[in-house]
Design a protein around this ligand. Sequence first.
Ligand SMILES: Nc1ncnc2c1ncn2[C@@H]1O[C@H](COP(=O)(O)OP(=O)(O)OP(=O)(O)O)[C@@H](O)[C@H]1O
Length: 140
Amino acid sequence: MLQRGEPAAAGEVRTFAELGLRHELSAALPFTAPLEIQRLAWPHLAGGADAILVSEAGSGKTLAYLLPLLHAMLERAGGGEQIGRAGGGEAPSPSRTGRLLLVVPTSVLCEQLLAQARALLQCSPLLVAAASCDHARGAH
Ligand SMILES: Nc1ncnc2c1ncn2[C@@H]1O[C@H](COP(=O)(O)OP(=O)(O)OP(=O)(O)O)[C@@H](O)[C@H]1O
C-alpha cells in the first residue's frame, strides 16, 4: 500500500519523461509534471507489481494507475519502438499487449474514465471500449 508522504522510489523526478513514460502517452498528456501519487505509483505499476493507491480526492489517482498500466501495454507491444496511429496501422493484438480491465462503481465514472482513456490513447493504436450495466439492472 502506498501512502502520501512516502519517498518516491523513482526519486524526485519532475517530469513524466523522467519517469520514462512512452512518447505515445506523454504526447497526449496536457501535463508535464507528475503529481505525488503518480510519482509514487509509477515504479510499482509500470513494473507489473500490485499496488493499492491511497490519497485524497482529486489528487490524481486516475492517471496514477492509468498511465503506468497503458505504458506497460505499449512496452509489451512495441518494445523500444514507438508505435503510433500514423499510416492507419492496425491495433496490436491483445495477445501482444495484454488486456486491461477497469471496473468502476458508477456509470458516470465509467463515462469519465472512457473519455480520459480515449484522450490518452489518441497517439497510440490501443483500443478502448466501455460497458455499463446500469440500464440492464437498474443499478451500477
Ligand atoms: N500531473 C497532473 N498535473 C496537473 N493536474 C493533474 C495531473 N494529473 C491529474 N490532474 C488533474 O487533477 C484532477 C484530479 O484528478 P483525478 O480525478 O484523477 O483525481 P482522483 O484522485 O482520482 O480523484 P477521486 O478520488 O475524486 O476519484 C483532474 O482535473 C486531473 O485532470
